[in-house]
Design a protein around this ligand. Structure first.
Ligand code: HGY
Ligand code: MN
Ligand code: MN
Length: 415
């Protein structure tokens, strides 16, 4: 069944991307951290665009923005388009933002063509996708999908602010957060436009990506307990040097994905040294470890290897090392029917596409547990992301929005 396609407005989309990209912009990069004043400002900007597109807005108890437009058949479940507007510290202007503003552009295009879908349309902005707050990612989409864990309810962020306050700052309500839950059948499908954040599409010159699956991820908090002592008078054999031990652990983490090839990637991205003085043998080190793979068994094997290495390092450096898991996100396949929608949307737009897995996590991996989810990628120049150098060409942004619209129109006529 062919479906008439409408055309999104590339200029308008790239203008809204530039506008949102100025909210939270600093010389070091984007700082629209979840629940921050910058994030709140960005949410207000996006909500203004959604109202202009004729959508009715609400904020659920998890702080997610849900903008809705009725369809011609009120008995049908909504089709949702979404992503996030929060960024990592010193982040880029496209991660999440393109998915949200691409969805707004789709809604604007439908409105100005007076095109009413059969299904209700929902645009969703999920909160704290990056997990910069509380070091627990996908918080808004996990709340919607019923995937919150006990640690989420009493989380406190690095500034000592609890989740109840953070949610209240954006219109959410921790005491009612379970009301954000939605159940299978409430949504007919969920589509997310996102930058690839990796090099595959840009290197091959392919304008669109059909996402085959979203990576799993294990995250650990590691605490190395040694003994602070005088850097000048403490003989080397007498030291309990927590940073020396942590440094061995960093290299052991890297080996999981290089020498041992147990998982696809492994990273130590943050570390706090105490007392962090040049003339003191470090007494304590706290670090975060994450590894990712589409095969959850590989993640478990990597965890076992990491724990063995930690025991050997602790013994050799006369310290104690504790490893506590703070996240275990399973990998999520995208249904073939959703991947085929991307392929057909690309054909309709006259664009090549490439099927590929996502090395990044996305809200779609939460929402995939309550409805069919599909993701369409556009190229990241040189594969750079989570950096102020993150860049996607305006024409590629426009291609992504057009593909998203084509997917929506096809799904509306078939589901
Ligand atoms: O970290 C990620 O994979 C995503 O960008 N939140
Ligand atoms: Mn993202
Ligand atoms: Mn991200």
């Amino acid at each position: 069944m062919t479906t008439a396609t409408l055309n999104t407005n590339a200029g308008r989309l790239n203008r809204t991307l530039a506008d949102l990209g100025r909210i939270g912009e600093t010389p070091q990069g984007m700082m629209r951290l979840a629940y921050s004043p910058y994030d709140i400002q960005g949410r207000e900007y996006v909500m203004g665009l959604m109202r202009q597109a004729g959508l009715e807005l609400r904020i659920d108890s998890a702080g997610n923005i849900i903008a809705r437009k009725p369809g011609s058949d009120p008995g049908l479940p909504a089709i949702a388009l979404g992503s996030h507007t929060d960024t990592v510290p010193n982040g880029g202007k496209y991660d999440g933002a393109l998915g949200v503003l691409g969805a707004v552009e789709v809604a604007q295009t439908l409105a100005e063509n007076a095109h009413t879908l059969r299904h209700p349309l929902e645009l969703i902005v999920f909160t704290n996708e990056e997990g910069t707050r509380f070091h627990r990612w996908l918080l808004g989409s996990r709340a919607m999908a019923g995937l919150l864990e006990p640690e989420d309810y009493d989380a406190v962020d690095d500034e000592g602010v609890g989740i109840a306050q953070r949610l209240s700052d954006i219109g959410g309500d921790l005491s009612r957060i379970d009301q954000a839950r939605r159940y299978p059948g409430e949504l007919a499908a969920y589509f997310e436009l996102h930058i690839e954040q990796g090099p595959t599409l840009h290197q091959s010159g392919t304008p669109l990506g059909a996402v085959t699956g979203i990576t799993g991820r294990f995250v650990f908090k590691v605490e190395v307990q040694g003994m602070a002592n005088h850097a000048g008078t403490t003989p080397m054999p007498n030291r309990h040097d927590a940073l020396a031990a942590a440094s061995h652990l960093v290299l052991a983490t890297q080996r999981l994905a290089t020498v041992d090839e147990i998982c696809r990637v492994a990273t130590v991205g943050n570390m706090q040294v105490t007392p962090n003085a040049v003339n003191v043998v470090p007494g304590e080190v706290a670090l975060g470890v994450e590894f990712r793979d589409v095969d959850t068994n590989s993640l478990s094997a990597a965890e076992a290897t990491l724990r063995r290495s930690a025991a050997e390092i602790a013994d050799a450096n006369r310290v104690s090392i504790s490893i506590s898991q703070v996240e275990a996100a399973r990998s999520v396949p995208m249904p073939a029917r959703m991947q085929n929608l991307v392929a057909e949307a690309a054909d309709q737009a006259g664009l090549e596409y490439h099927s590929l897995p996502s090395g990044a996590g996305h809200d779609a991996q939460s929402i995939a547990s309550i409805t069919e989810a599909g993701m369409v990628f556009v190229p990241s120049v040189d594969g750079i992301s989570h950096s102020p150098n993150e860049f996607t060409l305006p024409a590629d942004c426009a291609n992504g929005a057009q593909a998203l619209l084509n997917m929506l129109l096809m799904a509306d006529s078939r589901l």
